[in-house]
Design a protein around this ligand. Structure first.
Ligand code: NAD
Ligand code: IPM
Ligand code: MN
Length: 370
């Protein structure tokens, strides 16, 4: 059997609570199907800072580089608000993305039928929703230089972030979006702000050229990112695949999360380029949500985003599409039975905690696999 080495980085806040459910799931899959997943554990975020003074240690980075896939919980929290910028919890996640060259972040927003009424939008706006945001993850204003606060010497300071994109970065993320669109409804909407940003002008140009050269069978539209945000809330079903930069993708995916009922529902996959010889990609799977300090430690966090991120891991890192489909079907079935964590609770449904939700999904998954 091919190697199946996973590195688990639970992180902070609700990260470890959600990861506990995936750990149980992995154990159940190994026990029932002999899948042979080997897991290692590491620290990231505030928990790594507390242990090593860095948001991820070099030793854990080495483990991440060697793993077939990394499962990431969440990082951050008020406890670390005052730590130096370079070692703040979020820096651990950014280092993982940059060093592993995970340039393609796939954030599917699917509204499960049972949750159409849980969204803050009207059910007819969200029911049947199935869109995919493809976010560029290793460039743009997150990593552009200079990035600093300078003292102007007159009692004023200047904060500088730099938005930079090179042709190859836009080309490769556009390629991922077009390829994925071919497996779906064959439509891509590219979002930038070419009306005010030079990087937006280049983004638009490169996506248009890539389309013309290699993907003219896919329907391509362009939208200004602010209007795109509005359209996502007005009528999200007009979209199939959205491709956008690092910062717009961050914001638009939180917006998209609420279409599905809760931030606690949205999974993501962060992928690198396939290796020229082995074809294997570096990959990290993480929920879109953060460490949710407001509910951490209460056992009420929704573990579905984390579990659905593991489904993406099965699909993209281990070629286990049937198992991934079954895991998503198990999530849907448990929701159909009326089980709800607090964030997606509605009248007449049964409120459960993190562990009960995890257990229910695991037993449904095993039953569907029998
Ligand atoms: P957040 O995503 O942690 O929380 C936003 C809101 O959504 C909160 O009310 C929270 O309770 C709720 N929520 C989020 N996930 C939930 C879940 N699984 N179940 C139920 N409710 C859930 O965002 P924030 O409060 O803006 O950020 C908190 C910290 O997390 C910050 O330090 C931020 O930098 C960090 N963060 C980390 C990641 C990550 O690790 N990938 C992502 C986003 C934010
Ligand atoms: C996300 C988060 C991260 C981001 C933070 C924690 C660095 O908000 O993954 O959506 O901004 O990319
Ligand atoms: Mn975010």
């Amino acid at each position: 059997m091919a190697s199946r080495k996973l590195l688990l980085l639970p992180g902070d806040g609700i990260g470890p609570e959600a990861m506990a459910e995936v750990r149980k799931l992995i154990a159940a899959i190994n026990e029932n199907f002999g899948s042979g997943f080997e897991t290692e554990e590491g620290l990231v975020g505030g928990s790594a800072y507390d242990a090593h003074g860095a948001a991820i240690s070099d030793a854990d980075m080495t483990k991440a580089m060697a793993a077939d896939a990394v499962l990431f919980g969440a990082v951050g929290g008020p406890k670390w608000d005052a730590v130096p910028y370079d070692v703040r919890p979020e820096a651990g996640l950014l280092r993982l993305r940059k060093d592993m060259q995970l340039f393609a972040n796939l954030r599917p927003a699917i509204c499960y039928p049972a949750l159409a009424a849980s969204s803050s939008l009207k059910p007819e706006v969200v029911e049947g929703l199935d869109i995919l945001i493809v976010r560029e993850l290793t460039g743009g204003v997150y990593f552009g230089e200079p990035k600093e606060i300078i003292d102007l010497g007159n009692g004023q300071k200047r904060g500088i972030d730099t938005q930079v994109y090179d042709t190859f970065e836009i080309e490769r993320i556009a390629g991922v979006a077009f390829e994925l669109a071919r497996t779906r409804q064959n439509r891509v909407t590219s979002m930038e702000k070419r009306n005010v940003m030079k990087s937006g002008v280049l983004w638009n140009e490169v996506v248009t050229q890539a389309h013309k050269a290699k993907y003219s069978d896919v329907k391509l539209d362009h939208m200004l990112a602010d209007a795109g945000g509005m359209q996502l809330v007005r009528w999200p079903k007009q979209f199939d695949v959205i491709v956008t930069d690092n910062l717009f993708g961050d914001m638009l995916s939180d917006v998209a999360a609420m279409l599905t009922g809760s931030l606690g529902m949205l999974p993501s996959a962060s992928l690198g380029a396939p290796d020229a010889i082995t074809g294997k990609r570096k990959a990290l799977y993480e929920p879109v949500h953060g460490s949710a300090p407001d509910i951490a430690g209460q056992g009420i966090a929704n573990p579905i985003a984390m579990i659905a991120s593991f489904a993406m891991c099965l699909r993209y890192s281990f070629n286990m599409a049937a198992e991934a489909d079954r895991l998503e079907a198990a999530i849907s079935a448990v929701l159909n039975e009326g089980l709800r964590t607090k964030d997606i609770l509605s009248a007449g449904m049964t409120e459960v905690g993190t562990a009960q939700m995890g257990d229910a999904i695991i037993s449904k998954f095993l039953a569907l696999s029998a």
